[in-house]
Design a protein. Structure first.
Length: 272
């Protein structure tokens, strides 16, 4: 199962991704894929050291770009390389960067951190002034996800970068579902409608997680999103805020997260 966790910056998407990963790891094999090149704290929320950038596996940004330039001249569509076959129809080619298909057991251990059944990988971060844009990270994310085979008990939770750029890069097209984390702000509520549109365009079901909910604003938040697809309401909790502020592990048991995990597992069962 492949789950994208999206949201406005500051909505709490990384918090939800971390809490959900910890809960689902009780019954599933969980990989958290950090594709937010500007977020340097997800690993601390999971109680881990920061993993090495997967981009280094391909020689860093420079080496990755060289491999990209050396790839066969093909028509690129959302990261899939395609040539026309004899029938005139596109034929999908082997990945430009991976020699073989990968499963969880093939993930290079030097690029994986793990604790309590949760694996963490990071595609890449912006480390230096003037190093260039994050476009190579988007390409690598697509290639990695397309090349990764999942077993029936495997779950990938992707913590996306804030906002909508990952939709523009086509990263979200192969997810089983998209979780949009919505906080009580005008920008977040407005952005949720755009996420709904993008989900329809890429054929991916969108669900909403209301975060930092307080009783006096709950109804207004529900009225501002597609409430039929609201699958969790996470109350504002000061202890979570304080742990995040200090960079501490989010070691909390929330009934709302348990229910969310159970809902997602039910969806997965219905697929089979």
């Amino acid at each position: 199962m492949r789950i994208a966790v999206c949201g406005k910056g500051g909505s709490g998407k990384s918090t939800i991704a971390a809490l959900l990963a910890k809960e689902m790891a009780k019954t599933k094999n969980v990989l958290v894929l950090d594709i937010d090149e500007s977020n340097y704290g997800l690993h601390s929320q999971l109680g881990m050291a920061a993993p090495r950038d997967l981009m280094e596996y391909f020689g860093g940004k420079k080496g990755f770009k060289e491999k990209l330039r050396a790839a066969p001249k093909t028509t690129q569509f959302w990261g899939l390389a395609a040539n026309e076959g004899t029938s005139g129809q596109p034929v999908q080619q082997q990945s430009r960067f991976f020699k073989n298909r990968w499963s969880f057991s093939d993930l290079p251990p030097e690029f994986v951190e793990e604790k309590d059944g949760v694996k963490l990988m990071a595609v890449g971060k912006i480390h230096d002034f003037g190093e260039g844009c994050a476009c190579p990270m988007g390409t690598l994310t697509r290639e990695f996800l397309e090349n990764l085979d999942l077993g029936k008990d495997d779950v990938v939770i992707v913590d996306t970068e804030a906002g909508t750029e990952h939709f523009g890069r086509g990263v979200d097209k192969d997810f089983d579902l998209i979780l949009v984390v919505v906080d009580p702000s005008y920008e977040s509520l407005k952005l949720s409608k755009k996420f709904d549109e993008f989900g329809a365009q890429c054929g991916c079901k969108v669900y909403f997680v209301l975060n930092k909910v307080e009783p006096d604003i709950r109804e207004e938040m529900l009225a501002s999103v597609n409430c039929v697809n609201v699958v969790a309401e996470i109350p504002a909790k000061r202890e979570i805020f304080k742990a995040s502020l200090k960079g501490e592990e989010l070691d909390f048991e929330l009934d709302e997260i348990k229910k969310l995990a159970a809902f997602l597992e039910k969806i997965e069962l219905l697929k089979h």
